[in-house]
Design a protein around this ligand. Structure first.
Ligand code: FAD
Length: 472
């Protein structure tokens, strides 16, 4: 007999022959807890998550997804869905239940002349960027190439090009999914438009997406991008000037502020390594010849400790932060949406940066605005169309013995920032203990999402996510 966890927390014992039947129906693999590769397959980006699913269905094709959903529904199993496995909350993995692992569906197809890309639900941002940028086209995605397209898209998706081209969801044309009732559905403006609306920011609540169709935008192959690093004692003044600069910046320029201990970057003097710094990370995606003059003021907001800015292939810039964001560390995030960067907020982040709890912890301020805010709040399920910045407190460390100290620091800084925040939160940045913020994540669109949840997943089969309970 094989024990599996039910969605209500109970346990069921199934005949081995039933598990064998499921395995036999799949094009992909079914992993049990004693299968080779089981531990590899259950691992995700955040090493704080250490869960052991009862079964992992490594889906190769949409019919594998349907088989997994049908099996889970029939037995009342707890279900989790894994795309790229990067979500900080770790909902991709369940304990004892059935994990639907889409990682094998890692394909990308580009039709350059139609400016369209089709992407399997297991593809990473790097997979998609590589294929589209080879044609001089792009989908605006996030800033770390190993992140999954699926989870990022379902929550909204922003990065270096979003101020120019909108969120990832603003570039979504359609999605293919398997409903919790086991039907194959397409969602687009024409087909199931309500569902299409919900998928664009409502997280993984409405079905298991097997493929995405995106519009492609044309860009220069090279961007002007890089880092300008200021010592922390200049951070207050630099951030105040950055605030003025950001308000005037064209949508093709995006500048983020990252406060942390300086990594041993080769362009920084050795005596700066390991000291607290403010890094302005910038990307200009217009004609690179015009960019130098545009970013010049950022080099004179104080006396930089070092800088490394130049033309480079956008596909390379998209992977520039991968080494600092490699999987395997313990991570805890707390984030706020911001309408502005008042002096009081700047004072708080600078003060907390003086006592970072670990060498890898960072506080980053992502610049939003531009095209991310060009749609009405109810145009897509993603509701945060007024945020000008997102501040993310990113605690990161290696040893479990540091958990309490590092998490405590993150929470304290988050609390200190509350008076300066808008009250909204980006659903893709929420940690496992932030269920109480789900209303803030879906904002004014929460009630419509709850009604659609009732329509598309009335039994809440897909509950391991930032969950929207079904409601009429
Ligand atoms: C290092 C790092 C950098 C990041 N940078 C950015 C950034 O620049 N911009 C940004 O917007 N976000 C960023 N994020 C956040 C990222 O968008 C979320 O973590 C996102 O959920 C990751 O998607 P995933 O598929 O990798 O994650 P997973 O953990 O696999 O999935 C997350 C959740 O999405 C749902 N899900 C996944 N796939 C499907 C599917 N096919 N069908 C239905 N539901 C599904 C499930 O509920 C799952 O629990 C970053 C995250 C990390 C770790």
């Amino acid at each position: 007999m094989y024990r599996l966890t039910l969605s209500d927390g109970g346990v069921v014992e199934l005949e081995e022959s039933e598990i064998d039947r499921l395995a036999g129906s799949l094009r992909g693999d079914l992993l049990r807890q004693d299968s080779s590769h089981y531990d590899w397959a259950r691992g995700i980006w955040n090493a704080m998550i250490d869960r052991r699913p009862g079964l992992i269905v490594r889906c190769a094709v949409p019919t594998d997804v349907r088989a997994a959903i049908d099996f889970a529904r029939q037995h009342g199993l707890l279900v989790s869905v894994r795309g790229g496995g990067h979500n900080i909350a770790g909902n991709a993995v369940c304990d004892g239940g059935l994990m639907i692992d889409l990682a094998p569906m890692r394909w990308v197809r580009v039709d350059s002349s139609a400016a369209t890309a089709w992407v399997g639900a297991g593809a990473t941002l790097g997979d998609l960027d590589r294929e589209t940028l080879a044609c001089g086209q792009v989908v605006p995605l996030g800033i770390n190439s190993t992140t999954g397209v699926a989870g990022l898209t379902l929550g909204g998706g922003f990065g270096w090009l979003s101020r120019r081209f909108g969120l990832t969801v603003d570039n979504l044309k359609s999605a293919d999914l398997v409903s919790t009732g086991g039907q194959f559905l397409r969602a687009s403006e024409q087909e199931n438009p309500d569902l299409f609306w919900a998928l664009r920011g409502g997280g993984g609540n409405f079905g298991v997406v097997t493929a995405f169709e995106f519009s492609l935008q044309r860009i220069w192959p090279e961007v002007l991008a890089g880092l300008i690093v200021y010592p922390l004692d200049q951070a207050r003044s630099v951030l105040q000037q950055y605030r003025e600069f950001a308000a005037q910046a064209p949508d093709s320029l995006t500048v983020w502020g990252v406060m942390r201990k300086a990594p041993p970057l080769p362009f920084l003097p050795e005596n700066v390594h390991g000291t607290e710094v403010l890094i302005l990370a910038l990307c200009y995606s217009g004609n690179p010849d015009d960019g130098a003059a545009l970013i010049e003021p950022l080099r004179h907001l104080g006396t930089p400790a070092g800088e490394h800015v130049g033309r480079q292939l956008f596909v390379n810039w998209q992977a520039a932060f991968d080494p600092l964001l490699a999987p395997g560390a313990r991570n805890y995030w707390k984030s706020h949406n911001l309408a502005a960067l008042p002096d009081a907020l700047i004072d708080i982040v600078v003060e907390y940066c003086q006592r970072l709890p670990s060498d890898q912890t960072e506080i980053f301020i992502a610049q939003m605005g531009g095209a991310t805010n060009s749609k009405p709040v109810d145009a897509t399920a993603y509701p945060h169309r007024e945020a000008e910045f997102i501040v993310n407190v990113h605690g990161r460390w290696d040893s479990a013995s540091d958990d309490d100290r590092c998490i405590g620091w993150c929470r304290q800084l988050f609390d200190a920032l509350v008076p300066h925040a808008m009250g909204g939160v980006y659903v893709n940045f929420m940690t496992a203990d932030e269920g109480y913020r789900v209303g803030e994540a879906y904002g004014a669109n929460h009630q419509r999402l709850a009604s659609l949840k009732q329509q598309y997943d009335p039994d809440n089969l897909l509950r391991m996510n930032q969950n929207i309970p079904p409601s009429r």
